[in-house]
Design a protein around this ligand. Structure first.
Ligand code: ACM
Ligand code: ZN
Length: 541
C-alpha cells in the first residue's frame, strides 16, 4: 500500500516513476495558487531548490479546479511525464500536497537532488467532515510554539479541527479585555498536584501563562492556512474554578478561593468541592455573553464549545437564585436548570452564527435547542446519545476508551484507537448525524512538550485514519507498516514518539498495574519506562 496516512479511499499504482527535479515546472488555476505554493515550499524544504512557476497547463505539475470533487477531496494522477492534482477548493488541493509529502518522505530524508514517486492515481475524500484534536492548556500552559507544531502535524495527517480547552479550574488562559482579573488572578496558580488523582503530592512550583488576543488571532490565522479551524472551549458551569477565583460573584455563595491546584473529576477530588457558577443570577449570564462577544470576534469557526461536563448540583440545590429560577421557569429539577442555562447560551451563540457543542452530560436535560451538538466522551454507555442521533441531531465522538490520548497505552492501546467503530460503543442508528471524531489531549499530568508527543504520536495518526478512511478499507497491520516507515520523519523533525514496543501492551497484569498506578499513585510510570527504552533504541521521543 502506498505510504499515506490516512489511507486514501482509492489508489491505483502504475509502472514507472514521476520525478520532481530542478527543472520541473508547476502551474495552478487561480483558485489553487495557495496549494501550488505549499508544494513549492515542500520541495524546497526537501531539496533546497524552488520549482519554476508556469503560466500554462503544459507544465509538469498542474493544479486544476474541478467543481465535481467533494469538499476536501482531491484526485492526484501521476505518470512518467506529468502530475495533475484536481480539487474543487484549496482544502482538497492542500491535502493532495500532504499526500505528496508523505509519498516522497523517504526521499526527503536523504536531502536529495530530486523527489520521485510511483506513477499513481489517487481518488480521495474524507469520511467525516469533523476530524478533531482537543488540546488542554488550562491544566498546563504550553504556548504558541507547541500549538503550532501540533497544528503542523495535524495538517500533515489531514485533521481539521483544534478544539482548544482554554479554561478550567486550574487556569484561565485567554485574555478577556472586559474581565482583566481572569488573567491577573485566573492564569496563575501556586503549585500543582503532580503525581496522580489519588496521590496528594504537590509540586510547589508556580504555574502560569495565557494568550493575549493578538496572539490568539495569529494562531487562528496560522491554523486557517493549514485548513484547521480552532474551536474554543470555555468550560461552564462547572470546571470554572479559575474564573470564580477571579470573580467570586460568579458562584452561588460568593465563594472566595485561590485558583485550584488539585486536578480532579469529582467534587470529592477536584479541590473546589461543589463550587460551580450560579445558574440563577443574571450577572453570570452577562459575564458569559461578554466573554462570548470577545471570543466570537477572535474565532471565526461556526462552533463554540461550552464544556458542560461533570457539573455537581449540590450548590444549586441550596442557592436561592437557582431555586427561584427553577420555580419561575417551571423547571423540573437542577438537571433541567443546566438545560435552561445551556439553552440560553445556545440561543446567544446562534445569534452569532455559531452552533454550541457540549459534552454528552448536557443530554441529561429534558429539552435542548435543536442546533446543539453533543460530544460523546463518557466511558459509560450513554443511551441518550443514541436517542439524540435517532432524533436527527448531531454528535461528535471522543470516546474515552479509544480517543483519550492522555490515558496510558496500557489502557488505550493503539489497536483500540485504530479499531474504533461507532457500533462497538452501541451506536447503531442514525449514524448520519455523526459529524466526526476527536482525540483528546488532557494535560493534568503532561507538563512538558516531550510528554505531549509521547501521548499523541502515533495515536493522532490512528485517529486520522478512523476519521478519514472508510471502515472497510481499514486494516491495523497495514496501518502499522505505513506508520513504521514514517518514524524517521519524527526523528528528523526532532519530535518524540511512543516506542513501537509500547503501542499495544499485552500482559494483562502489567497493564492493570500501570492503570492502577495511573489513577492512584503515579501517572508517569509508563512514560518513565519509555524514557528508559529511548536510551536503548534508536527512536527518540
Ligand atoms: C471530560 O473528560 N470531562 C470531558
Ligand atoms: Zn445559584
Amino acid at each position: 500500500m502506498i505510504n499515506i496516512i490516512p489511507r486514501p479511499q482509492f489508489v491505483e499504482e502504475h509502472l514507472g516513476e514521476f520525478n520532481v527535479t530542478r527543472d520541473t515546472t508547476v502551474y495552478a488555476d487561480d483558485r489553487l495558487v495557495f496549494a501550488r505554493d505549499k508544494l513549492i515550499d515542500a520541495v524546497e524544504n526537501a531539496c533546497g531548490f524552488r520549482l519554476h512557476v508556469a503560466v500554462t497547463k503544459k507544465a509538469d505539475i498542474c493544479f486544476i479546479v474541478d467543481p465535481h470533487i467533494a469538499k476536501e477531496g482531491y484526485v492526484l494522477e501521476a505518470d512518467t511525464e506529468k502530475m495533475t492534482i484536481r480539487a474543487s477548493n484549496i482544502a482538497g488541493a492542500f491535502y493532495a500536497v500532504q499526500s505528496f509529502r508523505q509519498i516522497t518522505l523517504a526521499d526527503i530524508l536523504d536531502a536529495p537532488e530530486m523527489l520521485s514517486m510511483h506513477a499513481v492515481k489517487i481518488v480521495d475524500e474524507p469520511r467525516y467532515a469533523y476530524r478533531g484534536l482537543l488540546f488542554d492548556e488550562a491544566r498546563y500552559f504550553h504556548g504558541a510554539d507547541t500549538v503550532k507544531t501540533l497544528l503542523d502535524m495535524m495538517a500533515l495527517y489531514k485533521l481539521n479541527v483544534l478544539h482548544w480547552h482554554l479554561t478550567d479550574n486550574e487556569g484561565w488562559r485567554i485574555e478577556i479585555k472586559k474581565y482583566p482579573e481572569l488573567i491577573d488572578i485566573g492564569s496563575h496558580r501556586r503549585g500543582s498536584q503532580n503525581l496522580s488523582w489519588g496521590n496528594k503530592s504537590i509540586d510547589w512550583t508556580e504555574h502560569d501563562g495565557f494568550y493575549t488576543q493578538t496572539e490568539i488571532k495569529e494562531i487562528v490565522a496560522y491554523a486557517a492556512r493549514l485548513n484547521i479551524m480552532i474551536v474554543p472551549e470555555i468550560d461552564m458551569p462547572a470546571h470554572m474554578g479559575a474564573a470564580i477565583a477571579a470573580y467570586p460573584w460568579l458562584s452561588c455563595a460568593n465563594v472566595h478561593m485561590p485558583v485550584p491546584i488539585i486536578h480532579g473529576a469529582t467534587p470529592e477530588t477536584n479541590g473546589i468541592g461543589d463550587v460551580i457558577a450560579c445558574a440563577g443570577k443574571e450577572t453570570t449570564y452577562k459575564f458569559i455573553y461578554d466573554v462570548i462577544d470577545e471570543l466570537a470576534a477572535l474565532f471565526p469557526a461556526p462552533y463554540f464549545h461550552i464544556g458542560g461536563d461533570e457539573a455537581p448540583k449540590k450548590e444549586w440545590k441550596k442557592c436561592p437564585y437557582c431555586q427561584k429560577t427553577i420555580q419561575d421557569e417551571g423547571l423540573k429539577d437542577e438537571e433541567d436548570l443546566q438545560g435552561y442555562f445551556n439553552n440560553k447560551i445556545a440561543v446567544y451563540l446562534q445569534r452569532k452564527g455559531k452552533r454550541m457543542i457540549g459534552w454528552n452530560e448536557i443530554l441529561k436535560a429534558s429539552k435542548l435547542e435543536n442546533s446543539v451538538i453533543a460530544e460523546y466522551w463518557t466511558p459509560q454507555k450513554d443511551a441518550a446519545v443514541e436517542e439524540y442521533l435517532e432524533a436527527g441531531k448531531n454528535v461528535i465522538i471522543a470516546k474515552h476508551q479509544a480517543f483519550y490520548f492522555d490515558m496510558p497505552y496500557a489502557q488505550n492501546r493503539l489497536k483500540t484507537t485504530y479499531g474504533f467503530t461507532p457500533e462497538k460503543y452501541g451506536i447503531n442508528a442514525g449514524k448520519d448525524g455523526i459529524l466526526g471524531m476527536e482525540g483528546t489531549l488532557w494535560t493534568e499530568w503532561i507538563s512538558t512538550e516531550e510528554r505531549i508527543w509521547f501521548q499523541v504520536f502515533p495515536r493522532m495518526q490512528a485517529l486520522s485514519e478512523v476519521a478519514w478512511t472508510d471502515e472497510k478499507l481499514r486494516n491495523y497491520k497495514d496501518f502499522a507498516a505505513r506508520l513504521k516507515r514514517m518514524l524517521p520523519l519524527f526523528d528528523k523533525a526532532g519530535l518524540g514518539f511512543c516506542p513501537v514496543s509500547m503501542w499495544n501492551p499485552k500482559n494483562p497484569f502489567k497493564r492493570a498495574r500501570t492503570l492502577r498506578a495511573f489513577y492512584k499513585s503515579n501517572a508517569h510510570i509508563e512514560y518513565n519506562r519509555a524514557i528508559l527504552i529511548q536510551k536503548r533504541r534508536r527512536y527518540k521521543f
